[in-house]
Design a binder for this molecule. Sequence first.
Ligand code: LLP
Length: 427
Amino acid sequence: MSHFSYQNGVLHVENVPLSEVARQFGSPTYVYSKAALVENFSAYANACRSNGRDGNGALVCYSVKSNSNLAVLNLLSGMGSGFDIVSGGELLRVIAAGGDPRKVIFSGVGKSHEEMRLALSHDILCFNVESTAELQRLDQVAGEMGKKAPVSLRVNPNVDARTHPYISTGLKENKFGIAYDEALDAYRTAARLPNIHVAGIDCHIGSQLLDDAPLLEALERLIELIDRLESEGIAIRHLDIGGGIGITYDKDKPVAVSDYLSRLFTRIDAWRRERYQGAAIHVMFEPGRSIVGNAGVLLTEVEYLKHGEAKNFAIVDAAMNDLMRPAMYEAWHGVQPVRQREGATLVYDIVGPVCESGDWLARERRLALEQGDLLAIMSAGAYGMTMSSNYNTRGRAAEVMVDGDKLHLIRKREEPASLFALESMLP
Ligand code: LLP
């Protein structure tokens, strides 16, 4: 069910007109639907449950990088979510939001000493280790702290996720994970290190996958490896298949989470029955986009209409610093007028005020527009706010969460003075 719909010609988030959001909080503003978030997380939780994974059998570790607002993290934590983090900063956010550090897994290729110490001091669930050099460092840091670090090795299964090259991570040429052929040796090393405890295995092959076939292919590679490891006496307690399920931006039809999870669990159950007398393996997921992506829009106002020789431009108050995805990946986001307007349409490029030709949010959209109109840039809940910057000394957008007919400001608009508050002049 869509939580973004027109009522009396005005685009609403749940029961709140976006014009009301703009009136109260201005623009640009990210606006999220609580109901959409709950529904998207529940798709995972319910699929785990209906495939016999209650309580301990599975854990959904929401990928914090996709949207890290405390209100989002707090809401998901309340629904039982764990968290996939990639920095010490994200761990502190999770804790500040009331999340349980013992449900946190720590991914990323470049964990610092300090980040390892922080995570160990909070007894996180697992480090997803991406190289043998990282294993050595973690062993040393854990030793200094008198702890044993739980690890999973991020294996690169070398499958083609068939998605945008910038968000595909499971191929040999990517910087992520440990090469499949080297994984066995890396596990042998891990098993020998005194301050490392081998807990599991993980992979993440890419993002915005519309089809689950590459994920199921990755699962096969992990299964082969787990069988090899078990035969050498290296026990693997959990299998983390990563995130990656896509959302609808344009006409994309992503696989339903329930279908994907049911195929995945069916295969895992058959394998466990065949090889391990049905002994369970804990299954983990790291979804980001499929939970928040379609739950948010970026609300923006048309500042000027400019009719150039070759193109018509709608210059809006949101820019590439607010939503990087179009500039960075040529990503397509839907654009919907907040108030449906009669009248002549023109084909517009929707651009921001930033001094870069790459500063566009959408291209060649047929719209009836006037100065002062509000627009919603759709499907902007994931990798929108988290990738925003202060380029051009622009304060970051405000964030609002709608719950039924209630509006909650969950992040204030950044004031310009705060943008240079940490700077100082020469004496
Ligand atoms: N786990 C790991 C280790 C990851 O690197 C990622 C995303 C995820 C989980 C979550 O993947 P998801 O379920 O959201 O597909 N900025 C890009 C996307 C970058 C994805 C990075 N890794 C974008 O805007 O499309």
